[in-house]
Design a protein around this ligand. Structure first.
Ligand code: TYM
Length: 342
Protein backbone atom coordinates (compact mmCIF):
# COMPACT_ATOMS: atom_id res chain seq x y z
CA UNK A 1 0.00 0.00 0.00
CA UNK A 2 1.16 3.52 -0.71
CA UNK A 3 1.89 5.61 2.34
CA UNK A 4 0.04 8.75 3.41
CA UNK A 5 0.82 11.09 6.31
CA UNK A 6 -0.65 14.31 7.65
CA UNK A 7 -1.01 16.29 10.86
CA UNK A 8 -2.54 19.22 12.70
CA UNK A 9 -1.01 21.59 15.26
CA UNK A 10 -2.51 21.01 18.70
CA UNK A 11 -2.55 24.62 19.91
CA UNK A 12 -5.59 26.78 19.25
CA UNK A 13 -8.94 25.15 18.77
CA UNK A 14 -9.53 22.82 15.88
CA UNK A 15 -12.09 24.31 13.54
CA UNK A 16 -14.22 23.52 10.53
CA UNK A 17 -11.37 24.48 8.15
CA UNK A 18 -9.04 21.89 9.67
CA UNK A 19 -11.82 19.35 9.47
CA UNK A 20 -13.05 19.98 5.92
CA UNK A 21 -9.59 20.74 4.50
CA UNK A 22 -7.82 17.83 6.14
CA UNK A 23 -9.20 15.45 8.81
CA UNK A 24 -12.47 14.58 7.05
CA UNK A 25 -10.47 13.42 4.03
CA UNK A 26 -7.99 11.38 6.05
CA UNK A 27 -10.90 9.19 7.05
CA UNK A 28 -11.81 8.55 3.41
CA UNK A 29 -8.28 7.45 2.57
CA UNK A 30 -7.52 5.13 5.47
CA UNK A 31 -8.84 2.03 3.68
CA UNK A 32 -6.84 2.70 0.56
CA UNK A 33 -3.45 3.71 1.93
CA UNK A 34 -1.03 2.95 4.73
CA UNK A 35 -1.82 5.98 6.87
CA UNK A 36 -0.05 7.73 9.73
CA UNK A 37 -1.53 10.83 11.34
CA UNK A 38 0.47 12.86 13.83
CA UNK A 39 -0.13 15.72 16.23
CA UNK A 40 2.61 18.23 15.43
CA UNK A 41 3.48 19.52 18.87
CA UNK A 42 6.98 20.57 17.79
CA UNK A 43 5.42 22.86 15.21
CA UNK A 44 3.17 24.38 17.86
CA UNK A 45 6.07 25.89 19.78
CA UNK A 46 7.29 27.97 16.83
CA UNK A 47 4.99 30.78 17.99
CA UNK A 48 4.42 31.86 21.61
CA UNK A 49 2.32 29.17 23.33
CA UNK A 50 1.18 28.07 26.77
CA UNK A 51 3.51 25.39 28.16
CA UNK A 52 0.97 24.58 30.88
CA UNK A 53 -1.54 23.60 28.20
CA UNK A 54 0.54 21.86 25.54
CA UNK A 55 0.28 18.34 26.88
CA UNK A 56 -3.48 18.59 27.41
CA UNK A 57 -4.24 20.01 23.96
CA UNK A 58 -2.00 17.38 22.36
CA UNK A 59 -4.15 14.60 23.83
CA UNK A 60 -7.29 16.49 22.95
CA UNK A 61 -6.20 16.68 19.32
CA UNK A 62 -5.56 12.94 19.23
CA UNK A 63 -9.06 12.37 20.62
CA UNK A 64 -10.50 14.63 17.93
CA UNK A 65 -8.80 12.60 15.19
CA UNK A 66 -10.44 9.46 16.53
CA UNK A 67 -13.80 11.14 17.10
CA UNK A 68 -13.75 12.31 13.46
CA UNK A 69 -13.39 8.72 12.35
CA UNK A 70 -9.69 7.97 12.14
CA UNK A 71 -9.77 4.25 12.90
CA UNK A 72 -6.77 2.98 14.83
CA UNK A 73 -7.22 -0.52 13.51
CA UNK A 74 -6.26 0.91 10.11
CA UNK A 75 -4.31 4.11 10.77
CA UNK A 76 -1.58 5.01 13.25
CA UNK A 77 -1.93 8.11 15.41
CA UNK A 78 1.06 9.47 17.26
CA UNK A 79 2.63 12.57 18.75
CA UNK A 80 5.43 14.07 16.67
CA UNK A 81 7.77 14.67 19.64
CA UNK A 82 7.45 11.01 20.69
CA UNK A 83 9.32 9.94 17.59
CA UNK A 84 12.79 11.41 17.88
CA UNK A 85 13.64 10.86 14.25
CA UNK A 86 11.57 13.98 13.39
CA UNK A 87 13.87 16.29 15.32
CA UNK A 88 16.97 14.52 14.04
CA UNK A 89 16.04 14.56 10.39
CA UNK A 90 15.03 18.21 10.78
CA UNK A 91 18.60 18.98 11.83
CA UNK A 92 20.14 17.04 8.95
CA UNK A 93 17.78 18.59 6.40
CA UNK A 94 18.52 22.08 7.72
CA UNK A 95 22.00 21.82 6.27
CA UNK A 96 20.62 20.88 2.87
CA UNK A 97 18.15 23.78 2.78
CA UNK A 98 19.12 27.00 1.02
CA UNK A 99 18.17 30.03 3.12
CA UNK A 100 16.46 31.66 0.14
CA UNK A 101 13.87 28.87 -0.03
CA UNK A 102 12.71 29.70 3.49
CA UNK A 103 12.61 33.45 2.96
CA UNK A 104 10.10 32.88 0.16
CA UNK A 105 7.52 31.06 2.28
CA UNK A 106 4.17 32.87 2.38
CA UNK A 107 3.18 31.45 5.78
CA UNK A 108 6.40 32.71 7.33
CA UNK A 109 5.77 36.17 5.94
CA UNK A 110 2.17 36.19 7.18
CA UNK A 111 2.90 34.73 10.61
CA UNK A 112 5.92 36.94 11.26
CA UNK A 113 3.99 40.04 10.23
CA UNK A 114 1.33 39.22 12.80
CA UNK A 115 3.72 38.08 15.53
CA UNK A 116 5.89 41.19 15.82
CA UNK A 117 9.73 41.18 15.86
CA UNK A 118 10.22 39.92 19.42
CA UNK A 119 8.14 36.81 18.76
CA UNK A 120 9.73 35.65 15.54
CA UNK A 121 11.76 32.60 16.50
CA UNK A 122 14.38 30.94 14.34
CA UNK A 123 12.11 27.90 14.23
CA UNK A 124 9.27 29.92 12.68
CA UNK A 125 11.55 30.40 9.69
CA UNK A 126 12.73 26.78 9.59
CA UNK A 127 9.22 25.41 10.16
CA UNK A 128 8.96 23.99 6.61
CA UNK A 129 12.14 21.94 7.16
CA UNK A 130 10.51 20.20 10.13
CA UNK A 131 7.39 19.62 8.05
CA UNK A 132 9.52 18.13 5.27
CA UNK A 133 11.10 15.81 7.85
CA UNK A 134 7.61 14.70 8.99
CA UNK A 135 6.73 13.68 5.46
CA UNK A 136 10.02 12.33 4.10
CA UNK A 137 10.77 10.08 7.09
CA UNK A 138 7.87 7.85 6.08
CA UNK A 139 8.57 7.77 2.33
CA UNK A 140 5.08 9.19 1.97
CA UNK A 141 3.47 9.30 -1.44
CA UNK A 142 0.43 11.41 -0.54
CA UNK A 143 -0.13 14.26 1.91
CA UNK A 144 -3.79 15.30 2.33
CA UNK A 145 -3.87 18.97 3.38
CA UNK A 146 -5.78 22.20 2.84
CA UNK A 147 -4.86 24.76 0.22
CA UNK A 148 -2.69 26.82 2.60
CA UNK A 149 -0.14 23.99 2.90
CA UNK A 150 0.45 23.69 -0.83
CA UNK A 151 3.63 25.75 -0.80
CA UNK A 152 5.04 23.72 2.09
CA UNK A 153 4.50 20.50 0.16
CA UNK A 154 6.13 22.03 -2.90
CA UNK A 155 9.08 22.95 -0.66
CA UNK A 156 9.19 19.36 0.62
CA UNK A 157 9.30 18.02 -2.94
CA UNK A 158 12.14 20.31 -3.90
CA UNK A 159 14.10 19.46 -0.78
CA UNK A 160 13.62 15.72 -1.38
CA UNK A 161 14.90 16.10 -4.93
CA UNK A 162 17.84 18.17 -3.77
CA UNK A 163 18.91 15.61 -1.15
CA UNK A 164 18.45 12.77 -3.63
CA UNK A 165 20.65 14.68 -6.08
CA UNK A 166 23.32 15.75 -3.56
CA UNK A 167 23.68 12.46 -1.67
CA UNK A 168 21.69 9.78 -3.49
CA UNK A 169 22.19 7.62 -6.55
CA UNK A 170 25.69 6.37 -7.31
CA UNK A 171 27.28 8.27 -4.42
CA UNK A 172 25.03 6.56 -1.96
CA UNK A 173 25.62 3.13 -3.54
CA UNK A 174 29.38 3.62 -3.12
CA UNK A 175 28.77 4.21 0.58
CA UNK A 176 26.93 0.89 0.74
CA UNK A 177 23.42 2.29 0.37
CA UNK A 178 20.61 0.06 -0.84
CA UNK A 179 17.70 0.96 -3.08
CA UNK A 180 17.17 3.90 -5.41
CA UNK A 181 16.45 7.37 -4.12
CA UNK A 182 16.92 8.34 -0.48
CA UNK A 183 13.49 9.98 -0.37
CA UNK A 184 10.25 9.45 -2.23
CA UNK A 185 8.96 12.73 -3.65
CA UNK A 186 5.49 13.27 -2.13
CA UNK A 187 2.37 14.85 -3.57
CA UNK A 188 -0.22 17.10 -1.91
CA UNK A 189 -3.83 15.90 -2.02
CA UNK A 190 -6.05 18.96 -1.84
CA UNK A 191 -9.81 18.35 -1.77
CA UNK A 192 -11.92 19.77 -4.63
CA UNK A 193 -14.19 21.53 -2.09
CA UNK A 194 -13.44 22.61 1.47
CA UNK A 195 -9.74 23.20 0.82
CA UNK A 196 -10.02 26.83 1.85
CA UNK A 197 -12.78 27.53 4.34
CA UNK A 198 -13.11 31.25 4.93
CA UNK A 199 -13.81 33.26 8.08
CA UNK A 200 -17.45 33.75 9.10
CA UNK A 201 -16.83 37.45 9.63
CA UNK A 202 -14.86 38.13 6.44
CA UNK A 203 -15.24 36.03 3.32
CA UNK A 204 -11.86 37.16 2.04
CA UNK A 205 -9.73 35.82 4.89
CA UNK A 206 -9.11 32.22 5.86
CA UNK A 207 -10.79 30.63 8.86
CA UNK A 208 -7.92 30.32 11.34
CA UNK A 209 -7.08 29.05 14.81
CA UNK A 210 -5.33 32.27 15.70
CA UNK A 211 -7.90 34.87 14.60
CA UNK A 212 -8.70 36.93 17.71
CA UNK A 213 -12.48 36.68 17.34
CA UNK A 214 -14.01 33.29 18.07
CA UNK A 215 -17.03 34.47 16.03
CA UNK A 216 -14.91 34.03 12.92
CA UNK A 217 -14.77 30.24 13.15
CA UNK A 218 -16.82 27.16 14.00
CA UNK A 219 -14.80 25.01 16.36
CA UNK A 220 -15.36 21.27 16.05
CA UNK A 221 -16.38 21.12 19.70
CA UNK A 222 -18.74 24.12 19.68
CA UNK A 223 -22.09 23.19 21.22
CA UNK A 224 -25.32 23.61 19.30
CA UNK A 225 -26.28 27.04 20.66
CA UNK A 226 -22.82 28.45 19.94
CA UNK A 227 -22.95 27.20 16.34
CA UNK A 228 -26.42 28.61 15.91
CA UNK A 229 -25.36 31.96 17.33
CA UNK A 230 -22.24 32.18 15.15
CA UNK A 231 -24.19 31.41 11.99
CA UNK A 232 -26.90 33.89 12.97
CA UNK A 233 -24.33 36.63 13.34
CA UNK A 234 -22.03 35.72 10.46
CA UNK A 235 -21.42 38.17 7.64
CA UNK A 236 -23.75 37.97 4.64
CA UNK A 237 -24.74 40.44 1.91
CA UNK A 238 -27.81 42.25 0.65
CA UNK A 239 -28.49 40.18 -2.47
CA UNK A 240 -31.86 38.46 -2.34
CA UNK A 241 -30.92 34.99 -3.57
CA UNK A 242 -27.95 32.63 -3.15
CA UNK A 243 -25.26 31.62 -5.65
CA UNK A 244 -21.76 30.19 -5.91
CA UNK A 245 -18.76 31.87 -7.53
CA UNK A 246 -19.86 35.50 -7.63
CA UNK A 247 -16.64 37.42 -6.86
CA UNK A 248 -18.71 40.15 -5.25
CA UNK A 249 -20.15 37.62 -2.81
CA UNK A 250 -17.27 35.78 -1.09
CA UNK A 251 -19.36 35.12 2.06
CA UNK A 252 -22.15 33.55 0.03
CA UNK A 253 -19.74 31.30 -1.81
CA UNK A 254 -18.08 30.26 1.45
CA UNK A 255 -21.29 29.39 3.30
CA UNK A 256 -22.70 27.44 0.35
CA UNK A 257 -19.42 25.56 0.06
CA UNK A 258 -19.46 24.69 3.75
CA UNK A 259 -23.01 23.43 3.36
CA UNK A 260 -22.02 21.41 0.30
CA UNK A 261 -19.11 19.61 1.96
CA UNK A 262 -20.79 19.02 5.31
CA UNK A 263 -23.79 17.39 3.59
CA UNK A 264 -21.72 15.51 0.97
CA UNK A 265 -23.85 17.00 -1.80
CA UNK A 266 -22.62 18.12 -5.19
CA UNK A 267 -22.20 21.77 -6.03
CA UNK A 268 -25.03 21.54 -8.57
CA UNK A 269 -27.39 20.02 -6.03
CA UNK A 270 -26.67 22.79 -3.54
CA UNK A 271 -26.91 25.52 -6.17
CA UNK A 272 -30.34 24.25 -7.13
CA UNK A 273 -31.54 23.61 -3.59
CA UNK A 274 -30.53 27.04 -2.31
CA UNK A 275 -31.03 29.35 -5.28
CA UNK A 276 -34.39 30.66 -4.10
CA UNK A 277 -33.66 30.75 -0.38
CA UNK A 278 -33.22 33.98 1.51
CA UNK A 279 -30.49 34.34 4.10
CA UNK A 280 -32.77 33.67 7.06
CA UNK A 281 -33.93 30.33 5.71
CA UNK A 282 -30.50 29.27 4.51
CA UNK A 283 -28.92 30.06 7.87
CA UNK A 284 -31.35 27.70 9.59
CA UNK A 285 -30.67 24.97 7.04
CA UNK A 286 -26.91 25.41 7.42
CA UNK A 287 -27.05 25.44 11.23
CA UNK A 288 -29.05 22.20 11.26
CA UNK A 289 -26.61 20.55 8.85
CA UNK A 290 -23.61 21.59 10.94
CA UNK A 291 -25.17 20.45 14.20
CA UNK A 292 -26.26 17.12 12.69
CA UNK A 293 -22.76 16.50 11.41
CA UNK A 294 -20.77 17.68 14.42
CA UNK A 295 -22.93 16.35 17.25
CA UNK A 296 -21.96 12.67 16.82
CA UNK A 297 -18.30 13.70 16.63
CA UNK A 298 -18.67 15.56 19.91
CA UNK A 299 -20.33 12.59 21.59
CA UNK A 300 -17.52 10.28 20.49
CA UNK A 301 -14.96 12.84 21.61
CA UNK A 302 -16.38 12.84 25.14
CA UNK A 303 -16.31 9.04 25.22
CA UNK A 304 -12.69 8.90 24.14
CA UNK A 305 -11.63 11.59 26.61
CA UNK A 306 -13.31 9.74 29.45
CA UNK A 307 -10.91 6.83 28.95
CA UNK A 308 -7.50 8.45 28.66
CA UNK A 309 -5.77 5.17 29.45
CA UNK A 310 -6.99 3.91 26.11
CA UNK A 311 -5.89 7.09 24.38
CA UNK A 312 -2.42 6.79 25.90
CA UNK A 313 -2.11 3.22 24.66
CA UNK A 314 -3.16 4.21 21.14
CA UNK A 315 -0.49 6.92 21.10
CA UNK A 316 2.18 4.61 22.50
CA UNK A 317 1.44 1.98 19.87
CA UNK A 318 1.36 4.64 17.12
CA UNK A 319 4.74 6.03 18.19
CA UNK A 320 6.30 2.56 18.21
CA UNK A 321 5.10 1.77 14.71
CA UNK A 322 6.12 5.18 13.40
CA UNK A 323 9.59 4.99 14.94
CA UNK A 324 10.23 1.64 13.25
CA UNK A 325 9.60 3.15 9.84
CA UNK A 326 11.25 6.49 10.54
CA UNK A 327 14.47 5.02 11.90
CA UNK A 328 15.14 3.18 8.66
CA UNK A 329 14.97 6.41 6.65
CA UNK A 330 16.96 8.34 9.22
CA UNK A 331 19.76 5.76 9.16
CA UNK A 332 19.85 5.89 5.38
CA UNK A 333 20.22 9.66 5.47
CA UNK A 334 23.09 9.54 7.98
CA UNK A 335 24.77 6.94 5.81
CA UNK A 336 24.22 8.79 2.54
CA UNK A 337 25.50 12.04 4.06
CA UNK A 338 28.70 10.24 4.94
CA UNK A 339 28.49 10.07 8.73
CA UNK A 340 30.60 7.55 10.63
CA UNK A 341 28.06 4.99 11.87
CA UNK A 342 28.60 2.76 14.88
P1 TYM B 1 -2.48 23.50 10.63
O1 TYM B 1 -2.46 22.95 12.00
O2 TYM B 1 -2.42 24.97 10.44
O3 TYM B 1 -3.77 22.99 9.87
C1 TYM B 1 -4.09 21.61 9.81
C2 TYM B 1 -4.74 21.26 8.49
O4 TYM B 1 -5.91 22.06 8.29
C3 TYM B 1 -5.86 22.72 7.04
N1 TYM B 1 -6.51 24.03 7.16
C4 TYM B 1 -7.52 24.43 6.40
N2 TYM B 1 -8.18 23.84 5.39
C5 TYM B 1 -9.21 24.52 4.83
N3 TYM B 1 -9.60 25.76 5.22
C6 TYM B 1 -8.97 26.41 6.23
N4 TYM B 1 -9.37 27.61 6.62
C7 TYM B 1 -7.87 25.74 6.86
N5 TYM B 1 -7.05 26.06 7.89
C8 TYM B 1 -6.22 25.01 8.05
C9 TYM B 1 -4.38 22.85 6.73
O5 TYM B 1 -4.15 23.01 5.36
C10 TYM B 1 -3.83 21.55 7.28
O6 TYM B 1 -3.98 20.51 6.34
N6 TYM B 1 2.12 22.75 8.92
C11 TYM B 1 0.85 22.12 9.10
C12 TYM B 1 0.92 20.87 9.94
C13 TYM B 1 1.94 19.88 9.53
C14 TYM B 1 1.80 18.92 8.50
C15 TYM B 1 3.00 18.19 8.50
C16 TYM B 1 0.79 18.62 7.60
C17 TYM B 1 3.15 19.70 10.10
N7 TYM B 1 3.81 18.67 9.48
C18 TYM B 1 3.23 17.13 7.59
C19 TYM B 1 1.00 17.57 6.69
C20 TYM B 1 2.21 16.85 6.69
C21 TYM B 1 -0.07 23.09 9.81
O7 TYM B 1 0.35 24.01 10.49
O8 TYM B 1 -1.37 22.81 9.73
Amino acid sequence: KKRMVSGVQPTGSIHLGNYLGAIKNWVLFQDMYDTLFFIVDLHSITLPYDAQELSRVTKKTAAIYMACGVDTSKASIFVQSHVRAHAELYLLLSSATPMGWLNRMIQFKEKSRKAGDENISVSLLTYPVLMAADILLYQSVFVPVGEDQKQHIEFTRELAERVNYLYGGRKWKKLGGKGGAIFKVPEALIPPAGARVMSLTDGLSKMSKSAPSDQSRINLLDPKDVISNKIKRCKTDSFSFLEFDNPERPECNNLLSIYQVITNKTKQEVALECQDMNWGIFKNVLTDALVDHLHPIQVRYEEIMSDTGYLDSVLAEGARKAADIADVTLNNVYQAMGFFRR
